[in-house]
Design a protein around this ligand. Structure first.
Ligand code: MN
Length: 365
C-alpha cells in the first residue's frame, strides 16, 4: 500500500513531499482547506501547440519541489490549499473534442469550412464549451457557499470564464480583472469558436462586464483587437499595457515599481488575476502553446502580484493557464515555473483576504 500523506498534526513543512501528497506537498483535505484549486484539463480550441490539458497534472507534480517558506509571503499556505481531483469526464470529453477540432481545422485550411461536417463540429464544440463554463461556475458557487477561496489551473485560457462570471456576480460587478498575457485575447470568436482561448477577455468584457480590465505584457494581437481595446480606453473599461511600451519606459529609466503602480491604479478593491504563463518571457515557458518573444521576467510578475495586495486590494480569485506538458515529464521546466508562480498567487490571495497577516518585510531588506 502506498504511504498516506502525513496528517496535519504530524505534517513537517521542512521535509520532502511524499509523491502522493497534495499540491505543494500539503496534507489538506477538501473539508479543511480554505483555498480550493480547480484543475481543468481542457484545450479544445487551442490552435498551435498542444499540452495545456496536462497542465494541472504537471503543476501538481512540480509543486512538490516548492519550498513552503516564502521570503515575501511567509507561511501563507497555512489556511490550507487543496487541488480537487481532476475530472476524468471533462478530460475525456476534451480529448474527443480536440480531435474533432483538428478535423475541422484541416477542413478550414482546405477552404472547406462550410461543409456540413465542419459546421456540425463547430456547433458541438460551442455547446460543450458553454457546458464547461456552466460547470466551472456552479463548482465555484458551491465552494463560495462553503466560504472557500477558489483558484483555477488550466487548461487553455478559455477555462476560467465560469469562475470569473461567478466571482463578478458575487461581487455585484465591483471587480476588476488583471490579465497577464502575451496575447490580448480580445478576438470576437476565433476560428468560429465562441469560447476560444483567444476570445476570453472579449467574452469577459462583453458578457461578464467587470469594472475594468487591465492587461499587461501584451505583444501579439491583431488590428481589430488593438482598436477594440482603444475604443474602451476613454471609458476606463480596458487598459492595455503593451510589452514594447513597458520595455521602452524601462529603457528610458522608469522603474518597474512605478510602472506597476500605474498599472494597478484603475483596479477596484476586488481584483481577479488571470495569468497566462506566456505573458512571461518564453525562456520560462518554452513549451506553451503560443510562445512570443519579450514578456515579463519572473521577478516582474512576482512584484506585480505583490503590489496588488500591498496596495490594499483583495485578490478574490485567480487562474494560471496555458502551462503545457508535451510528453509525460517533458516540459518539466514550464511546470516548475508554473508551480512557483501558482504558490505566489495562492499566498498573496490568502494574505489579501486577511486569512494570514501581511508579513512585515515581504522580502525587502
Ligand atoms: Mn496567451
Amino acid at each position: 500500500m502506498a504511504s498516506k500523506p502525513t496528517t496535519q498534526e504530524h505534517f513537517d513543512p521542512n521535509s520532502t513531499a511524499l509523491s502522493d501528497s497534495g499540491i505543494f506537498g500539503l496534507p489538506y483535505s477538501a473539508s479543511d482547506a480554505r483555498l480550493h484549486l480547480l484543475g481543468i484539463p481542457w484545450e479544445v480550441t487551442t490552435s498551435y501547440g498542444k499540452g495545456a490539458a496536462r497542465g494541472p497534472e504537471a503543476i501538481l507534480r512540480a509543486s512538490h519541489q516548492v519550498d513552503l517558506f516564502d521570503i515575501e509571503t511567509g507561511e501563507a499556505w497555512r489556511p490550507g490549499i487543496y487541488l480537487q481531483p481532476l475530472s476524468e469526464a471533462w478530460a475525456l470529453r476534451g480529448r474527443e473534442l480536440k480531435e474533432l477540432a483538428q478535423e475541422r481545422l484541416e477542413a478550414l485550411l482546405a477552404g472547406d469550412e462550410n461543409s456540413s461536417r465542419a459546421q456540425e463540429i463547430l456547433r458541438t464544440i460551442n455547446v460543450a464549451s458553454r457546458e464547461l463554463n456552466t460547470w466551472v461556475e456552479s463548482e465555484a458557487k458551491r465552494l463560495f457557499a462553503e466560504g472557500r477561496l477558489v483558484g483555477l489551473i488550466g487548461g487553455d485560457h478559455s477555462t476560467p470564464f465560469g469562475l470569473i462570471r461567478a466571482l463578478n456576480e458575487s461581487h455585484r460587478g465591483e471587480m476588476g480583472v488583471l490579465h497577464i498575457d502575451a496575447h490580448a485575447d480580445l478576438r470576437e470568436a476565433y476560428q468560429g469558436y465562441e469560447h476560444s482561448h483567444a476570445s476570453i477577455m472579449f467574452n469577459v468584457t462583453e458578457q461578464i462586464r467587470p469594472k475594468t480590465l487591465v492587461q499587461v505584457g501584451i505583444r501579439d494581437f491583431g488590428r481589430a483587437e488593438y482598436d477594440y481595446s482603444e475604443s474602451h480606453r476613454a471609458s476606463g473599461r480596458i487598459h492595455t499595457h503593451y510589452d514594447r511600451t513597458i520595455k521602452r519606459a524601462l529603457e528610458d529609466g522608469t522603474t518597474w515599481s512605478k510602472l506597476v503602480d500605474r498599472m494597478i491604479e484603475p483596479l477596484p478593491k476586488n481584483v481577479y488575476l488571470s495569468f497566462d504563463i506566456d505573458g512571461l518571457d518564453p525562456a520560462l515557458c518554452p513549451h506553451t502553446g503560443t510562445p512570443v518573444p519579450g514578456g515579463l521576467s519572473y521577478d516582474q510578475a512576482a512584484t506585480l502580484i505583490a503590489r496588488v495586495v500591498e496596495s490594499g486590494r483583495r485578490i478574490v480569485g485567480f487562474d494560471l493557464n496555458e502551462v503545457a506538458e508535451v510528453e509525460d515529464g517533458e516540459a518539466e521546466w514550464d511546470a516548475n515555473v508554473g508551480a512557483r508562480l501558482l504558490f505566489k498567487m495562492c499566498g498573496w490571495a490568502m494574505i489579501s483576504q486577511g486569512l494570514v497577516e501581511m508579513p512585515p518585510n515581504r522580502g525587502r531588506a
